[in-house]
Design a protein around this ligand. Structure first.
Ligand SMILES: [Mn+2]
Length: 346
């Protein structure tokens, strides 16, 4: 039996299939939920529900949701029914990246993260860290089951894979490319262009300016502190931007959102094990996880006072330097203070 057969067989007694993913679902999560919902509806004729845990703030991700009319139900508004089966995508139980429910039995986990979750009691688990995207795995299921794709499903899956495998070096393999080739002719290219070039809010530029003004270089590492961070997903946007700086191999962004510190890491180093590195750095303070070249984490703040935040920042700085074996040097500003002032137009 193929894995997609086993996946479908185990759902035969379910009344409805509810899809969940990690907090602030990204295109890979959204595409995976949509693709699997399409598979379940087509092959089993069962109702499905796509959910969202937390907010979707990145402009491109919002554009994806709006233009493709995904309409995910906020997880806290789900009206659970007896017979619901839960399928978790793009994350694993107890990796701390979801606030999800224990309101219905978790039937399946379909993911590609390296961060190991708690899978002991999950009847069906398919976790393949060798794949660049969960959407690749979902595309394989749909192809295996010979399910015709709609333009909407193909577009969502394609964008989900694309966002995971951009960046250099690519975190992608032949399976990801095969999925992209399969999806491309069926996707709406104009819609994709609109999503990729989503209009950006004012806060995007404010955040970048603040990041430029508060970035410090320590050898091959750049750390950007953004307090407050307007939206949690902007930490990743800052890192994507900074990791292209030719003087560094590692970019870290740390920002305060509400009562939490949000962390994002990027590296251009192959075999960088960014997820492991960030988990070591965050340790007992919070939760973290990710991939080889990208990682994210969250630390709940015990106090939001400036001194408490500064203390935590200093501790994190020490831990990052230690984890990357960088001597405890004084950080160099990315933009010297004098230049910042000189360049201000009256
Ligand atoms: Mn993913």
């Amino acid at each position: 039996m193929r894995r997609s057969d086993r996946f479908l067989t185990g759902l035969q007694s379910a009344g409805r299939v509810v899809f969940v993913s990690h907090v602030q679902p990204d295109p890979d999560s959204l595409g995976s939920m949509l693709g699997l919902a399409h598979l379940v509806e087509t092959r089993l004729g069962k109702p499905t529900l796509i959910t969202r845990d937390g907010i979707i703030s990145r402009a491109e991700n919002r554009a994806m949701v709006e233009l493709l009319h995904l309409d995910p139900t906020p997880i806290e508004e789900v009206e659970w029914e007896p017979g619901d089966a839960v399928v978790m995508v793009d994350s694993q139980p107890n990796t701390g990246r979801h606030t999800c429910c224990n309101r219905a039995p978790l039937y399946a986990v379909i993911d590609h993260h390296e961060t190991p979750g708690d899978l002991d009691d999950v009847p069906f688990a398919d976790v393949r860290p060798s794949l660049g995207a969960t959407c690749t795995l979902v595309t394989k299921y749909l192809a295996e089951q010979d399910v015709p794709l709609t333009e909407k499903v193909a577009t969502a899956l394609l964008y989900g894979i694309e966002t995971e495998v951009t960046g250099f070096p690519r975190e992608a393999g032949p399976d990801d490319d095969k999925a992209l080739i399969l999806l491309y002719p069926q996707a709406d290219k104009d819609l994709l262009a609109q999503i990729r070039n989503a209009r950006l809010p004012h806060s995007h530029f404010e955040c970048l300016l603040q990041a430029l003004q508060s970035s410090f270089i320590y050898d091959r590492l750049i750390i950007s502190w953004v307090n407050p961070l307007p939206q949690p997903e902007q930490a990743a946007e800052v890192c994507d931007f900074m990791v292209r700086f030719d003087k560094v191999d590692w970019a870290v962004c740390v920002g305060v959102v509400n009562e939490s510190l949000i962390l994002s890491v990027r590296t251009c180093k192959e075999n960088g094990k960014a997820g492991d590195m960030l988990r070591k750095v965050v340790g007992e303070l919070g939760k973290a996880g990710g991939h080889d070249r990208r990682a994210g984490g969250c630390i709940p703040l015990t106090s939001c006072s400036l001194s408490a935040i500064e203390e935590l920042q200093a501790e994190l700085r020490r831990r990052f330097l230690k984890a990357l074996k960088i001597e405890d040097v004084r950080g160099q500003r990315l933009v010297p203070l004098r230049e910042m002032l000189q360049n201000l137009q009256p």
